[in-house]
Design a protein around this ligand. Structure first.
Ligand SMILES: Cc1cc2nc3c(=O)[nH]c(=O)nc-3n(C[C@H](O)[C@H](O)[C@H](O)COP(=O)(O)OP(=O)(O)OC[C@H]3O[C@@H](n4cnc5c(N)ncnc54)[C@H](O)[C@@H]3O)c2cc1C
Length: 414
């Protein structure tokens, strides 16, 4: 089993809590920018970064109503994988996964990418068929995955019970180069790189209106005053519908709270990520030793960023069947984030009915893994008016019936 270096963990901890981040101060906004990005989550910051790095557009402001990475970016369970079914999804998620491989070097910031391997358990005959199909599709797409036996699952995860009372483990879809990364480091890494390029990251600056001249965007109203721009990128995850409303159009998005929890820290016992979609829960072990556990979304639309008791019970009860040892763990923290769900469970990276206004949203329960690929595509779309990675993800596909159905790969599974 892979060992974690106590020194490396302590060093990273010190850097996070005493370093440059605490000294961060938001600059006063200028009157005009070439581009404004609304939302300093991972996707917004990555968009700004690739606007500067790939397209030389650096007169950019990123406006954030709260604090850097305080939305879903800092609330997710950090799973990274690219084993989706449809070709457009595999292209953008694999682009993102491959960018994660060199992100620490590219940003000169340790994002602690850990390609420890991700497995999605097959616990019904139906899931075997589904995952075998995905493995074949991935082979054609150039995404390295395989369907593995229950015995191989047990070798990789000794703490698993493959003879579960209701749902035995019948195999798994295994992506050896999937894994995790430190989520707040991803936000901070991109933020520092944007700042180094001269971009303004302005926190505590809520966008309250979208200003237009005819059908063309000319700027935004914010809690820090009016700011003009040539191009506007809206990257606000769970608040996408609210921003679209300000600009006068509607999005096929529902906002729902998604919850997660962590246990007390324990010794290293599981060095891969395991997702059990039939019993509905997934788990990995953080560098600190906590078991990071993800569960379900609320059954109704809402904007609450907090947890609720019945999710703890439902998620832990489900996972105890597959991992009996967690029945003796104490749970430490629970939280929620607002995820933006589309009907086909695929994202929107698109122009909008308003000229020079672009939107990136709909990543739902699984957008952390997509951050670099999404930022790459959104920046290209904003700079050039089109991007091969984003072509299929327009907001008009719902009207045209061109769904990219990822409900199996992305339902509540990350
Ligand atoms: C509990 C949970 C677990 C998850 N687990 C995973 C996982 O394991 N793997 C995975 O790939 N994905 C996961 N996700 C999903 C992933 O976190 C999201 O899809 C992704 O983070 C969303 O994009 P973002 O990072 O840009 O959004 P956010 O970080 O939410 O950024 C949007 C920002 O916009 C800001 N904003 C909103 N309105 C305004 C306004 N009017 N003016 C200015 N700023 C505004 C918000 O404050 C916020 O900071 C999970 C999500 C949750 C909640």
């Amino acid at each position: 089993m892979r060992r974690y270096s106590a020194f490396a963990i302590a060093r990273e901890g010190a850097r996070y809590h005493t370093g440059w981040e605490r000294a961060w101060k938001s600059p006063a906004p200028k009157k005009r920018y070439d581009a404004i990005i609304v939302g300093a989550g991972g996707h917004g910051l990555a968009t700004a970064y690739y606007l500067g790095k790939n397209h030389g557009i650096k007169n950019v402001a990123i406006l954030e109503k709260g604090w850097l990475g305080g939305g879903n970016t800092g609330r997710n369970t950090t799973i990274i994988r690219s084993n989706y079914l449809q070709d457009p999804s595999a292209a953008i998620y694999e682009k993102a996964r491959s960018l994660y491989e060199t992100m620490s070097q590219d940003l000169n910031y340790n994002v602690m990418f850990s390609p420890r391997g991700v497995m999605m358990l097959a616990q019904t005959e139906h899931e075997i068929r589904g995952y075998e199909r995905t493995a074949h599709a991935n082979a054609l797409q150039g995404v390295a995955t395989e369907f593995i036996s229950p015995q191989r699952v047990k070798e990789l995860v000794p703490i698993i019970n493959i003879h579960g009372p209701r749902y035995p483990v019948l195999g798994a879809l295994w992506q050896p180069r999937g894994g995790t990364a430190r989520h707040d480091a991803v936000a901070w890494g991109y933020a520092r790189a944007c700042s180094d390029m001269g971009m303004d990251i302005i926190q505590q600056c809520e966008v309250t209106g979208v200003r237009r001249d005819g059908n063309k965007v000319i700027g935004v109203d914010t809690t820090k005053g009016k700011i003009d721009c040539d191009k506007l990128g809206v990257v606000v995850a769970g608040h996408s519908g609210v921003l679209a409303d300000m600009a006068g159009f509607r999005l096929p998005i529902e906002s729902v709270a998604l919850q997660a929890l962590v246990s007390e820290p324990i010794k290293p016992c599981m060095d891969v990520v395991v997702m059990a979609n039939t019993v509905h829960g997934y788990m990995s072990q953080s560098d600190k030793g906590e078991m990071v556990i993800g569960g379900g979304a609320d059954g109704y639309n809402n904007y609450t960023q907090r947890g609720s008791f019945h999710h703890i019970e439902e998620t832990v009860r489900a996972l105890v069947e597959t991992f009996p040892m967690i029945s003796r763990l104490k749970m430490l923290r629970q939280w929620g984030g607002i995820v933006d769900m589309t009907g086909d469970r695929s994202p929107i990276i698109s122009r909008t009915p308003v000229e020079n206004m672009f939107i990136n949203c709909g990543w739902g329960t699984g957008g952390f893994k997509a951050i670099p690929g999404s930022g790459w595509a959104m920046a290209e779309l904003m700079a050039k008016g089109e991007s091969p990675l984003a072509d299929e993800f327009t907001m008009w596909r719902f009207g045209e019936g061109k769904f990219i159905d990822e409900s199996v790969a992305a339902g509540v599974a990350h």
